[in-house]
Design a protein around this ligand. Structure first.
Ligand SMILES: C[S@@+](CC[C@H](N)C(=O)[O-])C[C@H]1O[C@@H](n2cnc3c(N)ncnc32)[C@H](O)[C@@H]1O
Length: 354
């Protein structure tokens, strides 16, 4: 079973994912490079597949860049594929793919579909994909490698700035191993779906030296949950079982996973980069602390709430506890923003299916 049911739906992820789009923008030129070398022989449609598309706003935006670039190379039919977990809320994606009843790509020879399933499984027909992509998603692990993470709510552990909590080296190693296996499972699935010479762009949040995308967000979420533990509203045992099954890799961890496995991919380029965060930029410009705390909290609520909800599922007050956790996090950010600085480090690797 996947470790999350997906993002907060009903448009909430779409409204609160500008930081993810900023991180995608950095690698849009990489997509142009990939399009330039795509093998376009044969008569079948050209398949462009995005794995972990969520509610689709960012997924459609990047396909809107790809489709005209591809049109300059071939008149062949194009199929855009938007894939996520079966429990993902696909409603906005479907609506936005056909605004006013016509394709958002404004062309009859571009078709789109949504495919539900885990990206770690084979999901599409053999040889049907020319360009496979995943953005801000593959850090969500395929499974929980340990039952409990008693000292903190994330395998990467707390930030140096905050320093509240602990993850042992042994615990962390179990997650690093799982993350390595996940990359390989993802690539094995894509190897079957991609045509030879097909391109793969793997982009994800991560860590680089002292900078880690997990810092700040999970510290404030951890502090908020611990505040409810201190008030006796969440039990210590529940806290010790709850963690977000997400792993923040380094670029080296990705390249090592690819290069030491028997999988038919060649790395063309890889980079770790820092991406601008719109709510940080806005705060620096306006000094509006309330807006900063709200936007920051909604940003991480969109991708953490589902897992917190699962952890509290048996609790009679689960709904109120979830709401109160994020209200508390927002308050902590307003009261002490200097404890929770957030920077977005992303990793990207472009590969060829050999
Ligand atoms: C933070 S969102 C990123 C969405 C979009 N790619 C973007 O960059 O804005 C992560 C997405 O990965 C999806 N996800 C998590 N585990 C997955 C899995 N095993 N297979 C497919 N999608 C998964 C989640 O449901 C979620 O929609």
């Amino acid at each position: 079973m996947p470790v999350t049911t997906g993002m907060v739906g009903q448009g909430f992820y779409n409204r609160n994912s500008a930081p993810q789009m900023a991180a995608i923008e950095h690698v849009l030129p990489w997509l142009d490079e990939a399009v330039a070398v795509l093998p376009l022989g044969g008569a079948a449609p050209i398949g462009l597949a995005d794995f972990g598309c969520s509610e689709g706003r960012n997924s459609i935006a990047l396909m809107q860049r790809l489709v005209p670039a591809l049109r300059r190379r071939t008149p062949r039919d194009i199929m855009t594929v938007h894939s996520d977990l079966p429990t993902n809320d696909f409603s906005a994606l479907f609506r936005d793919l056909r605004p006013e009843g016509r394709s958002v790509f404004a062309a009859a020879d571009v078709s789109s579909c949504a495919v539900a399933g885990s990206m770690f499984d084979r999901l599409l027909p053999r040889g049907s994909v020319h360009l496979a992509m995943t953005f801000n998603a593959i850090g969500f692990l395929s499974r929980k490698p340990v039952d409990r993470l008693p000292g903190y709510i994330l395998p990467n552990g707390p930030s140096r700035v905050r320093g509240v909590g602990e993850v042992t080296a042994e615990e962390r190693a179990a997650f690093a191993d799982q993350a390595r296996e996940d990359i390989r499972a993802f690539l094995a699935a894509r190897a079957a779906e991609l045509v030879p010479g097909g391109q793969l762009l793997l982009q994800v949040f991560g860590a680089d030296g002292a900078l880690r995308t997990c810092d700040g967000i999970y510290d404030v979420l951890n502090d908020a949950v611990l505040a409810l533990v201190a008030e006796g509203r969440i039990s210590r045992a529940t806290y010790e079982r709850y963690y977000q099954p997400v792993y923040f890799r380094t670029l080296d961890e990705i390249t090592e996973a690819v290069e030491t496995a028997d999988i038919p991919f060649r790395i063309e380029r890889g980079e770790s980069y820092e991406s601008p965060v719109p709510f940080n930029t806005d705060f620096a410009r306006t000094g509006d602390l309330a807006a900063y705390a709200r936007d920051y909290t909604n940003f991480f609520r969109a991708f953490t709430e589902a897992v917190l909800r699962i952890a509290l599922a048996d609790h009679p007050e689960a709904e109120a506890l979830v709401a109160d956790t994020y209200a508390r996090a927002e308050r902590l950010l307003r009261e002490a923003p200097e404890r929770y600085p957030f920077r977005y480090i992303a990793l990207a690797v472009r590969m060829t299916r050999t």
